[in-house]
Design a protein around this ligand. Structure first.
Ligand SMILES: C[S@@+](CC[C@H](N)C(=O)[O-])C[C@H]1O[C@@H](n2cnc3c(N)ncnc32)[C@H](O)[C@@H]1O
Length: 273
């Protein structure tokens, strides 16, 4: 029998995670739009959203491509697909299709698309080469893939150093690897893209450092707050471990001179040959 924990991804699909994904999307949106526009996505484009989650990028893509365009959102979690499809119905986004599917088991139900967007998905799948082959099959020749994936996850840290936060980052990395993922998957992308039939056309590293008074602080800090309970739920850590991490976060936030350094993302743009 497939349990909910097996079916849903390691970070969970509960309400706190949905809110975290919304905040995360809002924070990163300027970079994302820049990448989409540079990739030529615009009115009338047919675009794939790979591992779309509850659809925050899907909705922006739907707006960008307009009613003459098409957005195909594929996602494994039933709960996320329901949220995405419900919001599209409510918002009259009839040019969005939501498909519940596991990219490791099923082919993408679309072909000839102009572009694909894939953010923080390749790091969770057991076979990223297969993921790229599936995306390749969904694109037309000359179609563009835009990836935002981590290239240096362990850059994620507080300054001054907080041992609890450092243990937390190590545990996150271990929990992703335990479910078949690889946090620093962007390091493998140039070779994987070549093998899958893509040509890399550009790349740029993305990341930031933020003070507790800045909005961006709440992205790395918010992930600690939502993922510590998830690690407890998965039975990977105990209550004393969780308390030590959250106490370190509280101490860091009480110091207005603390810095949170984000994990580093690599944006990669590639053309389907
Ligand atoms: C960190 S979330 C990112 C969601 C979205 N791309 C975003 O940037 O907001 C990762 C998503 O990938 C999905 N996912 C992970 N493995 C998958 C698979 N094998 N097939 C389809 N979706 C998958 C998860 O369910 C989750 O929604």
């Amino acid at each position: 029998m497939t349990t909910q924990v097996e079916r849903d991804y390691v970070l969970g699909t509960h309400d706190d995670e949905v809110q975290r994904l919304q905040f995360q999307h809002d924070l990163w949106q300027p970079h994302v739009r820049h990448a989409w526009l540079a990739a030529g996505i615009g009115p009338g484009s047919h675009v794939l959203d790979v591992g779309a989650g509850p659809g925050f990028a899907t909705f922006d893509l739907a707006e960008l491509v307009g009613p003459l365009g098409r957005v195909v959102a594929v996602e494994r979690s039933r709960r996320f697909v329901d949220l995405l499809a419900g919001a599209c119905d409510a918002g009259g986004m009839h040019h969005v299709e939501a498909h519940e599917m596991d990219l490791m088991h099923d082919a993408i139900p679309a072909s000839g698309l102009d572009a694909a967007w894939c953010r923080w998905v390749a790091c969770f799948v057991s076979d990223p080469a297969l993921l790229l082959r599936r995306v390749h099959a969904s694109l037309r020749r000359g179609g563009v893939l835009v990836l935002h994936e981590y290239v240096d996850y362990e850059r994620y840290r507080c300054l001054p150093a907080r041992p609890g936060i450092e243990r937390f980052v190590q545990e996150v990395v271990a929990s992703w690897r335990a479910t078949g993922g690889e946090p620093d998957i962007a390091r493998q992308m140039p070779a994987l893209l070549k093998d899958a039939g893509f040509r890399v056309t550009g790349a740029r590293p993305l990341g930031f450092a933020a003070l507790p008074s800045e909005l961006a602080w709440h992205w790395p800090a918010g992930f600690v707050r939502t993922n510590v309970p998830r690690l407890l739920e998965l039975g990977r850590v105990d209550a004393a471990w969780a308390k030590a991490v959250l106490d370190d976060l509280t101490a860091a936030e009480a110091d207005p001179g603390s810095l949170f350094i984000s994990p580093q993302v690599l944006e990669i743009t590639a053309e389907r040959l």
